[in-house]
Design a protein around this ligand. Structure first.
Ligand code: ZN
Length: 76
């Protein structure tokens, strides 16, 4: 059941998705669920996962299989 919201200034009944009061024009922000910022953060992580080249990062930390070959100078 959708809970009816009231204008915080004049207490006119507002629709659940109505942000601006039709009577006084007061802006009534729709309350967002607590997980909204986490959801946005999660989307950024997922996008980053596909956008960031992990091979380059692995190489940076020396985890790449393509390790630089160090030529040993053998004196004989
Ligand atoms: Zn109002």
């Amino acid at each position: 059941m959708a809970k009816r919201r009231l204008c915080r200034r004049c207490h006119t009944k507002l629709e659940i998705d109505q942000e601006t009061c039709p009577a006084c024009g007061e802006h009534n922000p729709i309350p967002k669920p607590w997980y909204t910022p986490f959801l946005g953060f999660l989307i950024i992580i997922i996008l980053g996962y596909f956008l960031i080249d992990f091979g380059a990062i692995a190489e940076f930390f020396g985890l790449s299989e393509r390790a630089p070959v160090v030529e040993e100078s053998t004196s004989d």
